[in-house]
Design a protein around this ligand. Sequence first.
Ligand code: CA
Length: 222
Amino acid sequence: MKILIVEDERKVGRFIEQAFTEQAHAVRLVSSCAAARDALAESPYNAVVLDLGLPDGDGLELLREWRAAGFNEPVLILSARDAVEDRIRGLNLGADDYLPKPFSIDELLARMRSLLRRQSSGPRVTVLEHRAVRLDLLARTAWCAGQPVELTSREFALLELFLQNPRRVLTRTLIAERIWEASYDLETNLIEVYVRRLRQKFAAVGDEPIIKTVRGTGYQLA
Ligand code: CA
């Protein structure tokens, strides 16, 4: 599993990194909100360990952004703020677990194991298929006509949204809310750019593009 650790205390970060690496996880350690944003935009992760007090911002803000953008892998908050309100706020924002500092590394590993297990054994559908497209939600891999397709996490989330709603016309507003933040500027053509990219990347499905434009309304899986 790929795990992103967001922690600015160098010693603590290294310690967690080593522990997860020993459990055969692939780990990336970052120490700021900016680096965490970049990491998650660059490549998919199966879980995140998130510190709240970061030099350039608040981890809760990151969490809010990620959940609004459709990132739904487990997030475990690790923080010295152990006030009940902080815990509740974190869980309300979509954290899956909360461990106050100081913590025992064994407890952290045990909780992460349980989060990853819960995620991989849940009843939810983990592979979506449509025409020649195959999307593995756990492995975060995409395939078209048997060939692997490289997707950014946002492209992946967008395609997942279409595959989860195969018969529905998705309006630009709905797409913006789910994949981008609510503050997404509808005047920009960002959605169009992403849809075009997905059409290109999945051109091998056949003559009809994988996503069709519904004039004046939005887009629909084709
Ligand atoms: Ca900190």
